[in-house]
Design a protein around this ligand. Structure first.
Ligand code: SAM
Length: 279
């Protein structure tokens, strides 16, 4: 009986074809099957690199059915490479159902590191990267979208979204309304492509920049929102009360860290508040 083979998660370029790794190419070449979000799209990539591995489709509408079939093939010893149209599979792309099933059934899963628009954009954004949240796509309708954005009102760290070109201006307008015109945001557009652009600044300035030229609203976007700047005077009474209780028991640095962790706040703001209390 043949041994269970491995499912490989293979990231593909998000624009620049040079961004595929030698290991990714070798994995695609050697796999028995490539499971692709859109086989026609993936054929163009495979053709470019002269790879002739058989493909089959795996997308949001057939993922359950395909998962059963692929698990059988993996168990019979056939290697499968999973790709999406661009970037890292499963990151706002299909593949989760398959990977979870493989894990449940003891089928080995190996992920290759590679291109991902969110991480590429974040690393060059100039926004803090020590802690961030990835929210995928915002809801298409303005009401639910504003509800999601309101959750960022006090969030002290960077939030990363994917956004469609037809909605980017509306979303930046919604940010101005819900988080204020001065909230710092960064738009990363057409990453790794000829017209790669970063536009950063106050939300209102980015909105005006988009409005000034309709071409600026075209292409692929990662939208990043900077964390809320909470000053000591804006800290909630609950957070300040906990800090006051902890200060006699712990060094101020430690007390500020505990309260920051508990209420998801910035350590610095709490440390400053503690200093003010000591005066
Ligand atoms: N799995 C992909 C990844 O790892 O980045 C993301 C897939 S998601 C369906 C596609 C979205 O990613 C686009 O709508 C856009 O928001 C973002 N994106 C993909 N390529 C991009 C690029 N070259 N520049 C900016 N954003 C990009």
């Amino acid at each position: 009986m043949s041994e269970t083979a491995t499912l490989y998660i293979v990231p593909t370029p998000i624009g620049n074809l040079e961004d595929i790794s030698p290991r990714a190419l070798e994995t695609l070449q050697n796999a028995n099957w490539i499971a692709a979000e859109d086989t026609r799209h993936t054929h163009r990539l495979l053709q470019h690199f002269s790879i002739s591995t058989r493909t089959l489709s795996l997308h949001e509408h057939n993922e359950d059915k395909r998962t059963a079939m692929l698990c059988q093939r993996l168990k019979s010893g056939e290697t499968v490479a999973l790709v999406s149209d661009a970037g890292t599979p499963l990151i706002s792309d299909p593949g989760f159902v398959l990977v979870r099933k493989c894990r449940e059934e003891g089928i080995p899963v190996v992920a290759l590191p590679g291109p991902c628009a969110a991480i590429t954009a974040l690393s060059a954004s100039g926004l803090p990267t020590d802690k961030f949240i990835f929210e995928g796509f915002l809801p298409p309708k303005t009401g639910p979208r504003k509800q999601v954005l309101e959750c960022l009102t006090e969030r002290p760290f960077t939030t990363v979204f994917y956004e469609a070109p037809r909605r980017v201006l509306e979303t930046v307008s919604d940010i101005c309304q819900t988080l204020g015109e001065s909230r710092r945001i960064v738009l990363a557009k057409e990453l790794t492509k000829t017209f790669e652009t970063y536009k950063d600044g106050a939300a209102i300035d980015v909105k005006h920049w988009l409005e000034a030229d309709a071409v600026r609203q075209k292409g692929e976007f990662v939208l990043m929102v900077g964390g809320a700047e909470i000053t000591p005077s804006e800290l909630s009474p609950e957070a300040l009360a906990l800090l006051a209780k902890l200060m006699p028991l712990l060094p101020l640095k430690k007390a500020a860290a505990v309260v920051a962790e508990h209420y998801n706040l910035k350590k610095n703001a709490l440390y400053q508040a503690g200093l003010d209390m000591e005066l």
